[in-house]
Design a protein around this ligand. Structure first.
Ligand SMILES: Nc1ncnc2c1ncn2[C@@H]1O[C@H](COP(=O)(O)OP(=O)(O)OP(=O)(O)O)[C@@H](O)[C@H]1O
Ligand SMILES: [Mg+2]
Length: 244
């Protein structure tokens, strides 16, 4: 089991996927890394924090699986176990949807923290998928966070926003931060410059791979539709994450 014990209570690890700029690949990375952790035998919960613009269900191949969302738990309409959906194919993988009709500002952060704390007692990994930006949704996704993963692409606008997100993460005293450079090629000479600009350790490069949008469109989780390309890169990131 991955996690720790505090006062005899099991505590799993919470990992937040954030970016700054939109469309860098947070949802893709969260879905694939969550799938890999689960496939490696770790009980994993993925929480979509992108209220209003949610799409983690699509990347997992779980569109329309969830009837309830995390606001139903926070507002005591359903129990956490009833609101969470089990992945149809990948054992140990669970999903909790974001409310479609709320903005992140409408979520009570303290109640969301309670939800995350109790999830950490039940799951080895709790992964949160943040909306773009560094506003309320970003802050929700980083609540109770043990490891923040900043997902950027090599474009300078994404790198600048990733650096801004990194500053916020530092202020929030998150225990660890790592960076994924998505849609990158191994030969890119400016990787070191990106690491310098963002000031966060690199955990891996994920190459551009047409299987990412194709599998999402087909409603199939990336790692079930492909074992090469970006799926392979994201498995490598997962293995490194287990050492953080
Ligand atoms: N490595 C990749 N190769 C090819 N396409 C990719 C890759 N990563 C992500 N994409 C595509 O880029 C788009 C944005 O990805 P994704 O939704 O994961 O980003 P996001 O950071 O979650 O976006 P948002 O900020 O809107 O939440 C999607 O169409 C996705 O299929
Ligand atoms: Mg997203």
């Amino acid at each position: 089991m991955v996690g720790s014990y505090a006062g005899g209570i099991f505590l799993g690890k919470s990992i937040a996927f954030v970016s700054g700029k939109g469309g860098t690949g947070k949802t893709t990375c969260a879905a694939a890394i969550g799938s890999c952790l689960a496939a490696l035998g770790h009980k994993t919960l993925l929480i979509d924090c992108d209220s209003g613009l949610r799409n983690l269900d699509l990347a997992l191949g779980m569109a329309d699986f969830a009837v309830d969302d995390f606001s139903d738990i926070i507002e005591n309409r359903v129990s956490a176990s009833d609101a969470v959906s089990r992945h149809p194919v990948i054992d140990n993988l669970f999903f909790l949807a974001a409310p479609p009709d709320r903005t992140p500002d409408e979520i009570n952060p303290a109640e969301f923290s309670k939800l995350l704390s109790s999830a950490k007692q039940e799951y080895e990994f709790v992964l949160t998928d943040s909306p773009a930006g560094i506003g309320s949704g970003f802050l929700l996704a980083l609540r109770e966070c043990d490891i923040a993963i900043i997902v950027t692409t090599p474009e300078s606008s994404a790198v600048r926003d990733a650096a801004r997100a990194a500053e916020e993460i530092l202020e929030l005293n998150i225990p660890a931060a790592r960076m994924i450079i998505n849609r990158a090629s191994k030969s890119e000479h400016y990787i070191d410059a990106i690491i310098d600009d963002v000031g966060v350790r690199l955990i891996g490069l994920v190459r551009y791979d047409s299987a990412v949008p194709i599998t999402a469109e087909q409603g199939v989780a990336l790692v079930l539709g492909s074992t090469r390309g970006a799926a392979r890169d994201l498995l490598n990131v997962t293995l490194k994450l287990l050492e953080v």
